[in-house]
Ligand binder design. Structure first.
Ligand SMILES: [Zn+2]
Ligand SMILES: [Zn+2]
Length: 481
């Protein structure tokens, strides 16, 4: 039922005088009444939420199941321009753990103007956000009861599928712009949460949920002051408002013309190939690299990073580099999302995943998760998952190649990380523990310790971030740290 039919139905119900309103209308009325009434909601123009809180580190924590690493959020200001579908979130993020970019606070500005998402760096330069980020932000604007209820009263919006779930009620709301969300209200109609479906590069089908608590009076409306964000069951952020202002003059939140006129940047993978030892190729080109290793009768790939698109391009480059040998093994250095977003594509290719023992369940889970909103190659081409695990170390050897895989013990970046060593060429392949050229190297000392404990003779470090470096660069980085 759309809201025009709703209006007609209500008019009819009023005329008859005793028929209860349809559940869709009742749901909206109850929720709007709980906030302060429709006329006050319709009249609202802007909302500014100022506060502080926490961001978690989903997919980048020490262990796959961990949720211990946090960023402290200060100076949080969320400005919503309700009438123009615009939003800006400003915040300062300070890592409370050994972060790869160092401990200093980072200022962030994340904006949305209608369908255009953009970021503003500390120098004030705006740049268009990636397409996937843009999609998420279009939904995020409505993860607030005032924004969604105001949008729900639009003649082109619809409310459907009102249902009771235990003590709460839920309804699906489709905005005039075609953004679909689910609102949950308590028995009195007070909004408890808003959720929407999204595609996540690693997790596939996810539900993003924002829960609301600590309702307070704000210029005649009752609005939540405590917000918690989740991706499925993983809490990813938590914000407590210290001050909220309705209908303040917020200035112009529009995207700069130069940003709005350009399309969202597409991630076109560029994969280069450089032979760095006999039968060893560095497949680089952008921020996240892979390494290809040739055995007598098969090929091994180290890391399937960043995206399915990049990994498919890396697989194509591997086949072109060594034609005729099957690519059968993927070593995944660690579980972090940016280094495993292509893992499912490698599984679909039939590759065995080799990982540190602590990642086994997580790899199984990633392979099993549904990807129906945006079917990936594994969703379209279901393949059996083969996993091999490495505890402390494992040798992969045949007549033409020997590769040693070692657990990078005690590393403050990840508990379940592997490095690869090729004894013949004295090549060490590692990621994140040491990124040559990076200004800060918080994990390099631990890498050096691991190399020394295992008595490895390393000439060359082939990193999966940054450029190939002589071993001396690592000792220098540790020395000057
Ligand atoms: Zn990492
Ligand atoms: Zn990394």
């Amino acid at each position: 039922m759309n809201s025009r039919t709703l209006t007609a139905t209500i008019a009819l119900a009023t005329a008859i005088g005793c028929t209860p309103p349809p559940p869709e209308q009742q749901f909206l009325t109850d929720a709007m009444t709980a906030l302060g009434g429709r006329s006050r909601i319709d009249a609202a123009k802007t909302l500014v939420i100022e506060g502080h809180g926490v961001n978690y580190n989903l997919g980048q924590d020490m262990k796959p199941e961990a949720a211990t690493q946090t960023f402290e959020i200060t100076g949080y200001v969320r400005t919503i321009d309700l009438a123009n579908r615009r939003q800006r979130i400003e915040q300062t993020r300070t890592p409370k753990f050994a972060y790869f970019q160092g401990p200093q606070p980072q200022a962030q500005i994340q904006s949305l103007d209608g369908d255009v998402a953009f970021n503003v760096n500390p120098a004030g330069e705006a740049s268009r956000a990636a397409a996937a980020v843009e999609t998420d932000r279009r939904f995020d604007l409505y993860h607030h009861p005032l924004a969604l209820l105001r949008a729900a009263t639009d003649a082109k919006a619809s409310v459907t599928n009102v249902r009771s779930v235990g003590a709460v009620r839920q309804a699906d709301i489709m905005t005039a712009a075609g953004i679909g969300l689910t609102m949950t209200v308590d028995a009195a109609g007070l909004p408890l949460s808003i959720s929407s479906k999204a595609d996540h590069a690693n997790l596939g089908d996810v539900v993003l949920t924002t829960t609301f608590a600590d309702y307070q009076d704000v210029n005649g409306l009752k609005l939540p002051a405590h917000f918690t964000g989740k991706v499925d069951e993983f809490t990813t952020w938590d914000i407590q408002a210290a001050k909220q202002t309705l209908d303040a003059e917020v200035g112009d939140l529009a995207a700069p013309a130069a940003v709005a006129s350009k399309p969202a940047p597409a991630a076109a993978p560029n994969v280069t190939g450089e032979e760095v030892g006999k039968g060893v190729w560095f497949l680089a080109g952008q921020s996240h690299h892979s390494v290809l290793i040739e055995f007598a009768d098969h090929l091994m790939l180290i890391d399937a990073p960043q995206s399915e698109a990049r990994t498919l391009a890396v697989i194509a480059k591997a086949k072109q580099t060594v034609p005729g040998k099957p690519l059968t093994q993927l070593v995944t250095t660690h579980h972090h999302f940016d280094h495993t977003a292509g893992m499912r594509a490698a599984i679909a290719e039939g590759m065995t995943v080799i990982t540190q023992a602590g990642n086994k369940e997580w790899v199984e889970n990633m392979a099993r998760r549904p990807h129906t909103f945006h079917p990936d190659t594994l969703a379209k081409n279901a393949s059996r998952l083969n996993i091999e695990t490495v505890d402390g170390e494992k040798e992969y050897k045949d007549q033409s190649m020997t590769v040693m895989l070692y657990h990078v013990a005690g590393n403050p970046h990840s508990d379940t990380m592997l490095m690869a060593y090729i004894p013949r060429d004295k090549i060490l392949i590692e990621v994140d523990a040491f990124s040559p050229g990076s200004a800060v190297q918080p994990y390099a000392a631990n890498l050096l310790e691991n190399i020394q404990t295992r008595n490895l003779r390393v000439d060359k470090i082939v990193p999966l971030h940054g450029a190939i470096a002589p071993f001396a660069e690592l000792t220098k980085a540790v020395g000057v740290k």
